[in-house]
Design a protein around this ligand. Structure first.
Ligand SMILES: *[C@@H]1O[C@H](CO)[C@@H](O)[C@H](O)[C@H]1NC(C)=O
Ligand SMILES: *[C@@H]1O[C@H](CO)[C@@H](O)[C@H](O)[C@H]1NC(C)=O
Ligand SMILES: *[C@@H]1O[C@H](CO)[C@@H](O)[C@H](O)[C@H]1NC(C)=O
Length: 344
């Protein structure tokens, strides 16, 4: 028998480089109401919408035509899940184990992904939830006994949120925090944000200590972006996805660092030292960096270069504290004090 097969992927991979408003706003593209499309028998006519969508069997709520096989793939943005609701107005030719006409829903992007259910009869399926970003849905109609079919509505729910808050005179922002704090598995795509909050009126200096993108120059797969003032797209200051990343001087007291990495880029990594500073004249006991920065005095001779040039670590003989952060991370740093003839 003749079958028409249409595959439509609803791709939400328009990875909008900016993100605005609510920090976890879903950027989704989705499917519109496709019932009543012509020519009859077309399994879907898909369009893009901003939030969720609806799809139906061909001709719904009229009887669906015979000999159909329609495949719908719904894709959410990384870390989102899909909720699917079937309309009560539903009828699919009943059969033992739904051998004839049916809808099949699978938890994933493929025809061999784990099955959630196979449905037919007069009662609409209950609500379905995906465990990941995809649902694979097939509607099959054989050569006889047509019914009105189905209408299904879906929307997206937010998966895990990956955000960090940082403050203090200095600190280290690094990609390994994502795994350490259980924000995502090592196999999951990530879109994480670090909010660095400096005291009002001060600014932030960012210095890269380590940076490597697994898929260099593929900005759609991986990048580190720096925002100055808020996390909205108009405050994007730098985006790094090539082989090098430069230090960044922010002009506001709110810095946002964003790391994007898809499933194939999870070995991309970075470590950034942030230092908050005021512009001269340096007040109180703050330290003058011999440039446009006054930093907290506690950063002097702490083994970390906070100034653009290492004035803060110059002439630290006898009081030099070695701040050891071996290859690993911030979390494994240890302090130990030792004498060192440090002549820069
Ligand atoms: C889908 O669109 C058709 C035609 O635009 C409309 O008549 C129908 O009511 C809509 N169905 C739903 C469930 O919104
Ligand atoms: C998703 O759709 C269902 C049914 O239309 C609705 O009850 C629910 O509130 C929606 N959820 C969101 C997050 O929009
Ligand atoms: C310098 O840092 C210390 C320790 O974090 C903090 O208590 C102090 O308030 C800071 N001083 C200024 C002027 O910000």
């Amino acid at each position: 028998c003749l079958r028409s097969l249409f595959i439509f992927a609803v791709v939400a991979s328009l990875v909008n480089l900016g993100f605005s408003g609510a920090p976890t706003k879903c950027f989704v593209t989705s499917v519109k109401n496709n019932s009543g499309v012509t020519p009859a028998g077309l399994c879907g006519a898909w369009d893009k919408e901003s939030d969720g969508g609806l799809f139906t069997s061909p001709n719904y709520p009229e009887k669906y035509p015979p000999d159909q096989e329609c495949i719908y793939i719904i894709e959410a943005s990384p870390r989102q899940c899909i909720d699917l609701y079937f309309d009560e107005k539903y009828a699919i030719e009943p059969s033992w184990e739904c051998k004839f006409d049916h809808i099949e829903v699978r938890d994933g992007p493929f025809s061999f992904s784990p099955i959630i259910g196979r449905y037919c009869g007069q009662e609409s399926p209950t609500y379905v939830k995906s465990s990941g970003r995809y649902l694979w849905i097939k509607f099959v109609a054989d050569g006889e006994l047509e019914a009105i079919g189905f209408s299904a509505r879906y929307n997206f729910t937010q998966g895990k949120i990956c955000e960090f808050e940082m403050s203090g005179p200095e600190g280290i922002v690094e990609s390994i925090m994502v795994m350490k704090e259980g924000k995502a598995l090592q196999t999951e795509a990530v879109d994480c944000r670090w909010f660095i909050r400096a005291p009002p009126g001060s600014k932030i200096y960012l210095r890269f200590l380590d940076y490597e993108m697994q898929n260099s120059n593929e900005c759609k797969r991986n990048f580190v972006a720096v925002y100055d003032g808020s996390s909205s797209v108009e405050h994007l200051k730098n985006k790094f996805c090539s082989t090098v990343a430069n230090d960044v001087m922010l002009l506001t007291s709110l810095g946002v660092i964003r790391m994007w990495a898809d499933e194939t880029s999870r070995r991309s990594r970075f470590r950034i030292l942030f230092t908050t500073f005021h512009e001269p004249p340096c007040e109180g006991d703050s330290f003058f960096c011999h440039s446009n920065m006054c930093i907290n005095h506690t950063l002097v001779c702490n083994g970390i270069q906070n100034c653009v040039y290492p004035w803060d670590e110059n002439g630290c003989k006898g009081k030099y504290k070695h701040f050891m952060c071996m290859l690993t991370s911030y979390y494994f740093c240890t302090f130990d004090t030792f004498d060192q003839d440090k002549d820069l």
